[in-house]
Design a protein around this ligand. Structure first.
Ligand SMILES: Cc1cc2nc3c(=O)[nH]c(=O)nc-3n(C[C@H](O)[C@H](O)[C@H](O)COP(=O)(O)O)c2cc1C
Length: 235
């Protein structure tokens, strides 16, 4: 399928047919999602494909039983994490080392800058220290462009969630390419979803996907987008 046809074909589907989604399709699309561009290649995402029927029922309830969840043949929960950076960073470094010596720039990036950006604590105390550091550092910013964050925990969450959203888009597009449909949802009780999946405070549920084949009338309305000139700027 032509890329632009796929972009046009992807719609948020709220009612799905009874056609099952083959396991192979699910695996292929999940694999495509984690090929997304991501900040510093730290891959701070997780995708929970809900296979257990009981869990699935509970997730539907936690999505307020909206049709997109209730009629979905498969459900996937996408999660961003601020606590996997060290593990993933170490694996990146190992991969570099397997291929030879660690380049000094890579070393500095992953062993100094990344810990500075990603170290955090539950109560945001580290963020306050970082803020003080950045006040001094911002003097440099008068003379040249500087990296000004992330400083606080919520900015870290913004970063990992931004990256995870790209993987989510890959996932939806991959489903279209395979002839299936989805609906991304943020209408859910995050606290209860996290509890069900055993997710800690360092996780954020980004979107939950209802997946299947679109039923006739399963897309509720014609696609509407506001005028391009309101959102696409040439400056
Ligand atoms: C982050 C996000 C959350 C969404 N949450 C819901 C939701 O809870 N329920 C729903 O029916 N649609 C949800 N949608 C679908 C949007 O309503 C839909 O993408 C939008 O109206 C544009 O329509 P289209 O996807 O068909 O182009 C969500 C979409 C995104 C990206």
């Amino acid at each position: 399928m032509d890329f632009f046809d796929a972009v046009n074909k992807r719609r948020s589907v709220r009612r799905f047919t009874d056609t099952p989604v083959p396991e192979s399709v699910m695996r292929k699309c999940l694999k495509a999602s984690v090929l997304a561009a991501n900040s510093s290649n730290l891959q701070p995402w997780e995708f929970y494909w809900i296979r257990d029927e009981e869990k699935k029922k509970k997730i539907v309830k936690r999505c307020f039983s909206q049709n997109a969840a209730k009629t979905a043949k498969e459900i996937v929960v996408s999660v961003s994490r601020i606590d996997t950076w060290k593990r993933n960073r170490n694996m990146i470094i190992e991969e570099h080392l397997k291929k030879g010596k660690l380049h000094p720039l890579v070393d500095k990036y992953y062993n100094t800058l990344i810990p500075l950006a990603y170290t955090h604590d539950r109560f945001g105390i580290f963020g306050i220290f970082k803020r003080i550091f950045y006040i001094f550092f911002s003097i440099v910013g008068f003379f040249r462009p500087i990296q000004r964050g992330p400083i606080y925990k919520h900015q870290l969450f913004e970063s990992v969630t931004k990256t995870t959203a790209l993987a989510c888009q890959n996932f939806m597009m991959a489903l279209v390419a395979e002839g299936f449909d989805s609906c991304p949802m943020e209408g859910f009780d995050e606290k209860k979803v996290k509890k069900l999946l055993n997710l800690n405070w360092q996780c954020h549920v980004v979107m939950i996907f209802g997946i299947g084949e679109a039923e006739e009338g399963g897309v509720y309305a014609e696609r509407f987008r506001i005028d391009d000139d309101l959102v696409i700027k040439e400056v």
